[in-house]
Design a protein around this ligand. Structure first.
Ligand SMILES: NC(=O)c1ccc[n+]([C@@H]2O[C@H](COP(=O)([O-])OP(=O)(O)OC[C@H]3O[C@@H](n4cnc5c(N)ncnc54)[C@H](OP(=O)(O)O)[C@@H]3O)[C@@H](O)[C@H]2O)c1
Length: 340
């Protein structure tokens, strides 16, 4: 069954859109400020914020007078070129800020790229027939929409568009839609899919440069862009450079398994998020697929944080150099803790 015909679990009535909370507003605000032209000053204010504050100060009747860091005050602090969480916030707010701050710290000179997959206990992101609606529950869907709202661009592979016809918008949260980026190296997709027709967000189709004509081509409402490719594999570093040159520096790679795996294999993910659902599919579509290793000691064992997300558990892995966790046996002091 497709996404059009099956209602999304926990949809609109519970949407945050109707009641955005201060912490979420602070995150949206922080992401916007960090990417502002000219960077931020020591107090986390952009040039535009300072200009607005001066204007408001000279106009005592201004209703919307706002100091540069009002939204973030107490919740977030700007230090050493990045946002950090304030120390005295309630646990649930602290978890929200901790999870999303890495995206808020993407800057014009420093892209942040995060991959996500929702998978079953036995490691599959869809059934063998390609049904992935819905592997994870409403809390993880809300998380996806939050990630989209804090990102400049959302990347998916052609397989996900062909199989799911997703919208890739931020329907469940208050926040902007990211630019939708579809990887279709050989241009196998036609214009029938919603991302190419609904006009809800700017959409780019990324293909092997040999399949792009002169840079003015379109697919429905989407623009077709060519990047270099080798044996059908797109040069993902070139893609990220292209996006960064357009100011798209917070990049969310939402699937499917092949697409996230290629970013991972190329060493281009800053973080990898895997949401594990209490679901067993038997055979299915694989999540992460990488060349195998002979020894466990050679396998990737990244530093990670664990978030309870409704019935699912999210592993949020830090893939940056040096951020590798010691094997669990070295941390036996903290072995057993119930999180749900
Ligand atoms: N549970 C989840 O989190 C989740 C998320 C998204 C999707 N899904 C499910 O996953 C399935 C689709 O996943 P999938 O792994 O089969 O496909 P996919 O990752 O959506 O798309 C893979 C295709 O995208 C193109 N592609 C991606 N990266 C590329 C690169 N670096 N260079 C060249 N081409 C690239 C290739 O197209 P060509 O084949 O044309 O070369 C590739 O075959 C669907 O069943 C969908 O429902 C699950």
């Amino acid at each position: 069954m497709s996404r059009q015909s099956r209602p999304e679990p926990g949809n609109a009535p519970a949407s945050e859109a109707a009641r955005p909370d201060p912490a979420w507003r602070a995150l949206l605000d922080a992401a916007r400020r960090t990417r502002a032209d000219g960077g931020l000053d020591r107090d986390g204010a952009s040039a535009a914020d300072r200009a607005a504050a001066v204007h408001a100060a000279s106009d005592r009747s201004a209703i919307h007078r706002q100091a540069p860091t009002d939204a973030a005050r107490g919740l977030l602090a700007w230090a050493d070129g990045g946002w950090t969480r304030g120390s005295s916030v309630p646990a649930e707010t602290a978890a929200l800020l901790d999870l999303y701050l890495p995206l808020c710290n993407a800057r014009k000179d420093s892209t942040v790229t995060i991959g996500h997959l929702g998978q079953s206990l036995d490691g599959y992101i869809a059934t063998e027939s390609g049904d992935s609606n819905f592997v994870t529950g409403p809390a993880n869907l809300l998380h996806l929409h939050r990630m989209r709202a804090l990102s400049d661009a959302i990347v998916v592979g052609a397989g996900t568009i062909a199989g799911d016809d997703p919208q890739l918008t931020t329907r469940r949260v208050d926040g902007p839609n990211p630019v939708r980026v579809v990887l279709d190296p050989s241009r196998r997709l036609d214009a029938r899919y919603r991302v190419f027709t609904d006009g809800r967000a700017e959409t780019l189709v990324i293909c092997d440069v040999r399949h792009a004509s002169n840079g003015t081509e379109s697919l429905g409402l989407a623009r077709v862009v060519g990047v270099p490719a080798d044996a059908g594999r797109l040069d993902l570093a070139a893609l990220l450079a292209f996006l960064a040159a357009r100011g798209l520096v917070a990049v969310f790679v939402e699937g499917g398994g092949a697409t996230v795996s290629r970013f991972l294999e190329a060493g281009l993910l800053d973080r990898l998020q895997i949401a594990i659902a209490p679901l067993v599919t038997g055979r299915g579509r694989a999540g992460v697929r990488l060349p195998g290793r002979d020894a466990i000691a050679e396998c990737l064992r990244p530093a990670h944080r664990v978030f309870a997300m409704g019935d699912d558990v999210l592993f949020d892995c830090d893939l940056r150099a040096g951020a590798f966790a010691p094997p669990a046996r070295d941390r036996e002091q903290a072995t057993l803790r119930r999180i749900i």
